[in-house]
Design a protein around this ligand. Structure first.
Ligand code: HSE
Length: 433
């Protein structure tokens, strides 16, 4: 029996594009065996022809003209791994208009334009696949859509960014410097070209909107997400958190607070050391999911880098190969009709870790606890560290408090003569109410 060939137009031959080419070549026989099809990159669109020539085989047509590939009837599927919003948005739209299935690894463009893409795909009886946009090689999107299809997902808590997890892990080593560790993550190929996207929490926020759409079938936008990165953290916070029995992780949280009421937020979080998320180290990602039938599950794996992300892209290509009629199945998001309300971040609840400087006089500690008490905020743990320049460093963990109440307490503490300054405020734990 003659096997059918699926002809792929590859947009971008960077880190992920090379990962895709390598997997298609190394696992060619296995892929053909499993799908009954040959998956072949026939065209690649690049910015620099000379630079790309050594990266792709001589059978591949290399061009800088994307439209000639998108509109070519001899290209069956488009893989977009160029990143960024434009021109990726225009290219994906054109491919869908041409009725070609699209596989993308581009979280930014998908996060911003998912509703347009899903509608366009439906209109043109095709589909868009995006396993690679969130958590690289972890089969997360498909697991949420298919594996957990019988569940109502109540919440998910994700370490969605490899670079920041790598940095936070390295900061646990005494003497490590933030800047040196960022450079290491860049050299290893995890960090974005502009690492501020990782450090600010924006990368996680894009991924959170995509997971929110998958888990809750809602058109979650970046404006619905509160996000805060790791730039304000100091290595002393990592060390004090350890002393208190926690590990700091940058978490992306999507949660149904009350029926139909959602919250989406990204911020550093102190995770109790006995929680599985606390053990996810280096550039690894993980998502802890709570479903109303399955209960708690965690998926973990490599979330960044050419090969893990390439693995997700090729798995989507194989999904297309398995099913030549994408609209014949309902696995992908064909609509985002769920009507949800966003709970303002200021109304959400968590415990807090505070590191503050108390003036070294009698009654300073009492004043701090009474300001918190005036706001009905209890203290769960407290420790006093070194006295430097007549100021004592106090580290404490509160009981549950509402964000806006904590902000008011912080404002009052900052105006207290007994308080020299507040150096850190980090949320603690996963168990909100
Ligand atoms: N810069 C991203 C990360 C790459 O570190 O997770 C994968 O999206």
């Amino acid at each position: 029996m003659k096997r059918k060939k699926i002809r792929i137009g590859l947009l971008g031959v960077g880190n992920v594009g090379c990962g895709v080419l390598e997997i298609l070549e190394n696992n060619q026989a296995l892929i053909a065996e499993r799908t009954g099809k040959f998956l072949v990159v026939t065209h690649a669109v690049v910015r620099n022809l000379e630079k790309a020539r050594s990266l792709v085989s001589s059978d591949v047509v290399l061009t800088t003209d994307a439209m000639s590939v998108l509109q070519n009837p001899e290209v069956d599927v488009i893989v977009e791994v160029m990143g960024g919003e434009y021109p990726a948005f225009d290219y994906i739209c054109e491919a869908l208009r041409q009725g070609k299935p699209v596989v993308t690894a581009n979280k930014e463009v998908l996060s911003k334009h998912k509703a347009t893409f899903f509608a366009l795909a439906k209109e043109n009886r095709t589909d868009i696949y995006f396993e690679a946009t969130v958590c690289g090689g972890i089969p997360l999107i498909r697991t949420m859509k298919v594996g957990f299809a019988a569940n109502r997902i109540n919440a998910f808590y994700g370490i969605l960014n490899g670079t920041t997890n790598f940095i936070l892990t390295k900061l646990e080593e005494p003497g490590s410097s933030f800047d040196a560790v960022v450079k290491e993550a860049q050299a290893l190929g995890f960090a974005e070209a502009d690492p501020s996207m990782d450090l600010s929490g924006l990368d996680s926020a894009y991924k959170l909107t995509i997971l929110g759409a998958v888990a809750f079938k809602a058109n979650v936008q970046l404006d619905d997400v509160y996000y805060e990165g790791i730039t304000a953290l100091e290595s002393s916070d990592v060390a004090y958190a350890k002393e208190l029995g926690y590990t700091i992780k940058l978490l992306g949280i999507g949660r149904e607070v009350r029926p139909g009421k959602m919250t989406f937020k990204v911020h550093p979080t102190l995770i109790p050391e006995d929680h599985p998320l606390a053990h996810v180290r280096d550039e690894f990602n993980a998502v802890f999911i709570v479903g109303n039938a399955v209960g708690e599950s965690m998926l973990s794996g490599r979330g960044a880098g050419g090969a893990p992300t390439g693995s997700a892209v090729v798995s989507d290509l194989m999904d297309i190969a398995f099913d030549e009629h994408p609209l014949g199945n309902k696995r992908n998001l064909e609509s985002l009709g769920a009507d949800i309300a966003i709970v303002p971040f200021s109304d959400t609840v968590s415990q807090f870790y505070l590191r503050l400087h108390a003036v070294d006089t009698h009654g300073a500690l009492a004043r701090i606890s009474s300001v918190l008490a005036e706001h009905q905020i209890g203290i769960s743990k407290i420790m006093q560290k070194d006295i430097v320049d007549n100021e004592a460093e106090i580290v404490l963990v509160t009981h549950l408090a509402v964000e806006s109440t904590m902000a008011a307490a912080i404002a009052m503490l900052e105006s207290e003569p007994a308080v020299g300054g507040i150096s850190a405020k980090i949320r603690v734990g996963l168990d909100e109410v």
